[in-house]
Design a protein around this ligand. Structure first.
Ligand code: KG4
Ligand code: ZN
Length: 398
């Protein structure tokens, strides 16, 4: 089956072309034949976070070029010799709210043949609703013109499914192939991203139970806000992580301690806003101290505090639910310190739960995760009705 994946939930515009076969199990395998991604991070940097209407505008501008790229890489972009007729009324109605996208899409469709695609997988939530709508409407327009069914994908399921894969040729990106890791249920998923911090239990494939979540900020958001307090760039996660690593390797310890919110509470919930406030206080107390040393100390202590809490809550859930597999997904799962400490904690606990993490370059948002999650729904013919398909910023997994 050939699947076109589309992702626009936040500040990455991504399109991929994937070919996959087999149901959930050892026979499943996939190949990424085309993968295009444009990050808007640099544009949002001035706001210290993603600015929804700017994201929407950029997605509208970039989706057609990304589609063209992905299809060209896959070798399925075929020019038309005779201009094709288009269902303009349907297109106009579908993209009524995306005039810029419509302007770019019409000439593209007129000058290119319909590619051989069996399903279009698109993120319909959770995320920034104006941004999600662009992707959803784009999928609807392509579906109408090419007569291809749509699969509506939950972004968080995309992160989970991607983390369960074993990949080869990752650095080549296009030409990357993979299969499912061998793992057992129940699976505990720790989802850590810019918008989410959740512990999800999966007793069987594609079923999810939310067992804990943040009561305020998401962990990625905390990384981004702390980075901003330190005058570092956006996204803040990689910057903080780099400074924390430098502090550890030069044995630089912080001269202060940050709180570990909810660490000892007997539940699976988390909280990061208090931690951010504590960082703000310390930065305030060190007024004028913009030294690299201070930033390194703070980055290290912050990353340690976050990691302590994430590891403790995950281990509590592993014990409570007798988990065989721990999956970590979402942008923050790129963090090498969190990965290492989780692996150590699992090894120490001696319960042999397997740890599955995504390759760091695929931890942050991309269209591959959406194509993968969409594929398994397409296999079961779980298609969306374009007439009622809507973006949902608060879409839940369970
Ligand atoms: O999953 P993602 O790409 O977008 C959302 O769905 O939110 O996650 C983005 C988040 C950002 O907050 C970014 O700072 C964080 O992931 N992030 C990291 C690292 N790389 C990205 N956080 C900590 N350490 C990293 N190495
Ligand atoms: Zn994400």
């Amino acid at each position: 089956m050939k699947v076109l994946g589309i992702e626009t939930s936040c500040d990455e515009t991504a399109v991929c072309f994937m070919e996959a076969e087999g149901g959930f199990g050892p026979h499943f395998n996939f190949e990424i034949l085309g993968n295009a991604l444009l990050s808007q991070a640099k544009l949002h940097e001035q706001y210290g976070g993603v600015f929804p209407n700017l994201a929407k505008r950029e997605h509208a501008k970039n989706l057609v070029p990304m589609l063209e790229n992905a299809l060209a890489q896959a070798g399925v972009l075929k020019p038309r010799t005779v201009l094709g007729a288009l269902p303009r009324t349907v297109l106009g109605r579908t993209l009524e709210r995306e005039p810029d996208l419509l302007t770019l899409l019409i000439p593209f469709l007129q000058t290119h043949e319909r590619p051989d695609i069996d399903a279009i997988a698109v993120t319909h939530g959770p995320g920034l609703e104006p941004a999600l709508w662009v992707g959803v409407n784009f999928a609807k327009a392509l579906s109408a013109v090419w007569d291809v069914p749509i699969v509506a994908v939950n972004h968080m399921e995309g992160h989970i499914i991607l983390s369960t894969m074993e990949h080869s040729n990752i650095l080549k990106n296009v030409g990357m192939s993979g299969r499912l890791n061998e793992f057992e249920f129940p699976v505990l998923a720790l989802l850590i991203s810019g918008g989410h911090t959740e512990l999800v239990l999966s007793k069987q494939f594609q079923t999810y139970e939310l067992i804990g979540q943040t009561r305020d900020d998401a962990v990625g958001e905390a990384f981004d806000k702390v980075a901003r307090l330190l005058g570092l760039g956006y996204p803040g996660g990689p910057e903080i992580s780099r400074l924390a690593l430098a502090a550890r390797s030069s044995k630089l310890e912080a001269g202060f301690k940050l709180p570990r919110p909810m660490l000892n509470e007997d539940n699976f919930d988390l909280s990061f806003s208090g931690l951010k406030t504590a960082v703000r206080k310390i930065v305030g107390n060190h007024q004028g101290d913009a030294s690299l040393d201070f930033k390194m100390q703070l980055a290290r202590e912050f990353e340690d505090a976050v990691t302590d809490v994430l590891v403790a809550k995950t281990m509590r859930a592993v014990e409570e639910f007798g988990t065989s597999t721990v999956v970590v997904g979402g942008g923050v799962s790129a963090n090498s310190h969190i990965r290492l400490r989780l692996a150590e904690a699992l090894a120490e606990a001696g319960n042999f739960a397997q740890l599955l993490v995504p390759p760091p370059e695929l931890a942050t948002d991309n269209a591959i995760m959406i194509a993968l999650a969409g594929y398994f729904h397409a296999l079961k013919k779980e298609f969306a009705d374009p007439a009622t398909l809507a973006a949902n910023g608060n879409l839940k997994l369970a």
